[in-house]
Every structure is written in structure tokens, then in C-alpha cells.
Design a protein around this ligand. Sequence first.
Ligand SMILES: [Zn+2]
Length: 293
Amino acid sequence: MTLSSAQTDGNQTSGNQAGWTRVGERSWVRPDGGFALNTGLVIGDERALLVDTGSGPREAAEIFAAVRTLTDLPLVVVNTHAHGDHFFGNAYFRARGVEDIWAHTAAVRMMEETGERQRRMVREFEPEMAAAEGPDTGIDLPNRLVSDQPVDLDLGGHKVTLFHLGRAHTEGDLLVGSGNVLFAGDIVEEGAHPSFEDSFPYEWQKVLGKLIAIDELYTVIVPGHGAVVDPDFVRTQYHRLLQAIRTTTTAIHESSTDYTKAVPVLPYGPVQSRHLILRMKATGPGGARMMLR
Ligand SMILES: [Zn+2]
């Protein structure tokens, strides 16, 4: 690594500093920036894994400083998906010696296609990133890809697993398992309604079902935003989405011209409900055919 902090106690630190909360044996979480992104950190004996890099160089610099209060080890990065609040900090970390940035193949494609367009979303908190002006404001694409087969990363004495359960919040959502801790990205959302804008609602519900099916493996779930939750929370989110899909399906069938009448009875805010309906129309239940596993 090109930078290091004065602290040298590496992975022996217990956490609860610089905003970190310890959520597992070697796993930490820290909410950062204007989007209250949950950045994850897993510290092995030889390397540390950072889960998501923030919405631009300002937030990334805070995350990096916070990481260096816990460990001086070389960093590997993973992006859970292609939304700017999760990967716009990539260029900052790349400039500080990070070689491997992992993401799902479809997420990288989406970053490439929509990255420039997404800049305006961060203008309030990351004006340089929004304007593409100044250091570390490039759209830096992940160079290590995951598709349908899970990838195990050995961090030295501790293994993490990167895996994809199907399209959900976006086309390329990646999950990170570390011991009994699961970093779920925006597949799980706490404290706010789920974001359906780029979602595949029918498949998202199936992905949540798969998470419930493996709830004995992961007892601590770190959402992309909000408080750390347990499998019961995921179960509730699953049933709520199932109910919302049923309600919307009925509304679509009953009234092909004004299916938005379902909005007031859906269990989400009006904006999210409209996006849910639009995405259900756009992706359709047959979208499941596209799933590879
Ligand atoms: Zn997202």
C-alpha cells in the first residue's frame, strides 16, 4: 500500500472507533456520507476487504481514514452493485494502491452504461464527482468479475464468499458472506423503503426467498443502508414484497389503463410504489426465465 496510518496494531483492534461497529469476528460496518451508506470491512491476516466505496472522493477519503484506524493491511474492494453511492469512491481507492475491485459482470456493464448519468445524483454531497472535476473523480470500473459461480476470497486465515442469487435491486447484485455476517447491499434495506428504480421485482422476491432459505448460515445481515438486521427482518421484507406484487398484479389485471390505482394500497411510499409498478410492467413475471440459476 502506498499510504499507511501511524497506527500499527492492525487487525487486533476491537472496533467501535472512527464510526465502526463490530458485527462479527472479523467484520465491521460503518455508516458514511450523505446517503448513509453502510461500508463493510472484513479483516484477514494478510488482506482486508472493503465492501462499497461511497459516493465520491470526499466520502472515500473518510472511509479510507476510518479503515486505517483498524488495519494497515492491503485492501481488496467489492462493489455490491452499480449505484453511484456504492462505487463512486473506486477511483480514490485505486489511486491509493488497490488493485482488485470485484463486482458482478452485469453491475460492471451497468456502471459503464449509466455511470456518467448517475453523477448528478451525488451533486449535493460530492460536487467534484458530480462535475467530473478534480482528482479521483473518474468512473473506475471493477476489474475482477463474478457471474453465476460464487467466488471465495482468502484474506489470510479468513475466507469471504462473493455470490449472486439472481437479479433483484439491480441486475448485478453481489452479496458478501463473512462467517455468519452477510453484507447484502441494497437487496435488504432498513430505515427506508426499498428502491425499485432499476429493480426486477419478481426476481427480487425470489432472491429474498433464497436468503431466508439460508438463514442458518447468516444470522447477521448488513443492509446497504440503515441498521444491521436479522433473518426475521428479511422474512418480513420478503412477505411485504410478495404482498405488494400480488396487489399490483390484481390491479394490473383489473384495470389495464389505470393500474396506478394500486399505489395507495401498496406497503411503500408513493414514489417507490410507482417505480415498483413500472418495473413490474417492464420486466414481467417471465423475467424469471432470464435467470441463469
Ligand atoms: Zn442501490
